[in-house]
Write a new protein. Structure first.
Length: 213
């Protein structure tokens, strides 16, 4: 049952990040291939980095094609939906940012706890490694996506992205030691999502130095 629950979470995370990556690709005016590539790298990139760190070879995304298949299909369907409704998209282009934010937040929340759970299941007892693995699983795909889209990764400058992931991941890890795992997963995931959405709504940012006024 636990495996099935984690698997379902992974698929939901892939769906969310694939949509997020595809929307960004279309905003950057990528063609169909570019949309699929960015959708895939966003949804499975963090997991690939996680597996390399944990010594899982080949990475899970290559062991089971379901992850890539779901990502490709989701990216393709997202492209078709937008392509067939370009007038509607242009009319409500600003609202797409909210859609992207929602899907990105859901993917982040899910993959942070999935990354931590994977590290635990593969026998890690190093708290720093466990939390870092969760963080990189959550933000790794987005970093690769942003770099390929030639923009500064969101995690480095906007809306306490990594902080939300760390708080949610730490919450999950602490609760994992105290309560049933599935409940801890849900709470940890929701914690990340809620903090991320609140940060975007209230425009919370960490302090930064501004060289240009």
């Amino acid at each position: 049952m636990e495996f099935n629950f984690i698997f379902i979470l992974e698929i939901l995370g892939i769906l969310s990040f694939a949509v997020s990556g595809s929307i960004l690709a279309m905003e950057k005016e990528c063609d169909l291939f570019g949309v699929i590539v960015l959708g895939c790298i966003t949804s499975i990139g963090g997991g690939l980095i996680r597996d390399v760190i944990l010594g899982i070879h080949p990475p899970m995304a290559f062991q089971d094609p379901i992850y890539a298949i779901v990502s490709i299909i989701t990216s393709l369907l997202t492209f078709i939906l937008f392509y067939k409704n370009q007038t509607f998209v242009q009319k409500y282009i600003k609202k797409l940012d909210y859609v992207n934010l929602l899907f990105d937040s859901i993917g982040l929340g899910i993959f942070v706890v999935v990354g931590i759970n994977t590290a635990i299941q593969y026998g890690s007892t190093n708290t720093f490694l466990i939390l870092f693995t969760g963080l990189i699983t959550g933000v790794g795909g987005g970093i690769l996506r942003d770099m390929m889209a030639t923009q500064i990764p969101m995690v480095l400058h906007k809306r306490i992205y990594a902080v939300a992931a760390l708080i949610g991941g730490t919450t999950y890890y602490i609760l994992y030691l105290l309560i049933p795992d599935n409940i801890a997963i849900i709470i940890g995931t929701l914690t990340t999502i809620i903090i991320r959405l609140l940060a975007a709504y209230y425009k919370w940012n960490l302090p930064k130095v501004k060289f240009h006024q």
